[in-house]
Design a protein around this ligand. Sequence first.
Ligand SMILES: *Cc1c(COP(=O)(O)O)cnc(C)c1O
Length: 383
Amino acid sequence: MTDPFIQQRLFCPGPTPIPFSHQLAMLEGNIYHRSSKFRDIFTSCTERLKPIFGTAETPLILTCSGTGVMEAAVVNLTSERDQVLVVSAGKFGERWGEIAESYGCQVSCLTVPWGESPTPEQLLKEIEKHKNLKAIFLQANETSTAVQFSLGELLPAVRKVFAGIIVIDAISYLVAQPMKMDEWQIDCVVSGSQKGFSIPPGLGFIGLSKKAWQSLSKRPKHYFDLLGERQGQALGKPSFTPAISLIMGLNQALETIGTVGLPNIHKHHEKLARAARSAIAAMGLDPLAKSNPSQVVTGFYLPEGFSASEFKKHLTAQYGAVLAGGQGPLQNRVLRIAHLGLIDRFHLLTGLAAIEFGLKDMGIQAATGNGVKAAMEELAKPS
Ligand SMILES: *Cc1c(COP(=O)(O)O)cnc(C)c1O
């Protein structure tokens, strides 16, 4: 039974809350995916993805989770025994490594401590070690540790010494933050539907540069044959039955994004992130990211001796607030509160309030309201 006084609210970095207009758009029911109506909607969607990717090339829409498009990138852009470099600063960096290894790549890893992000110097040093490097795989946001990578600094530095393929996992980054695929000379950007786009999981997005389209692998592939997809999708005809209802949701999400405007959405996320960080500091909690904190999720440690998993369960049971815990070495030590997706300031404030109620319940802190107050002060500042 659902308790009307404990409303579930999502604060995990995916899936994110779905606005009512997006829900409504998905209720239309199946329309035939080979009809001209669907083809028009589909091509209009891929067209409107371009500015979100920051590219003049048309991205593709696949039916799969984010990890599916990560795999599609590896399958289409590498061959067996290719030397590839993976930046591993958390769970999703590790995932790049696992996928590339599954496909027989020779993977070297630049391992960065969890909670930190790579510096240009670290990356350049690693690149120098490998003379035949084919591709580099990294994240835009390492969502698992609540850090962002400084792409605007890293990529120009890397491009001075590396002419190969650069692939960015921007699954929790697109829409919320400005991606400049062409300007930063990125060859492949991947993303998914359940994070910044605020629709359910199930769609993967992948953009390739001109250079990437010219250097596709000759590996066997079928479902993730991007060249075949490209030919069909140019005419609004994905190779296989797409997730029709999700495309209808995407169509509405892109409408919302177009109306609000990407620069305003980016500013909104910067503001929410500042509010979340100042709230966590005002609560006396230790932030997970010591530098380069993510704009879409804020991580924090619980004081020594308190279980983050218990705290997380308590917040869900008592207040309906669904936060994310820590993974790998951070398990049971940290919590993460997302400010991702098309959410308003009051959504974030309720999550922060839930944390403060929880801190009081657990006897960690007596006072409540300091965090919410700090967040409100930040939100009240003119932008
Ligand atoms: C969520 C996420 C993924 C995984 O996406 P799935 O849809 O769960 O497969 C990969 N990378 C990053 C950075 C993410 O935030």
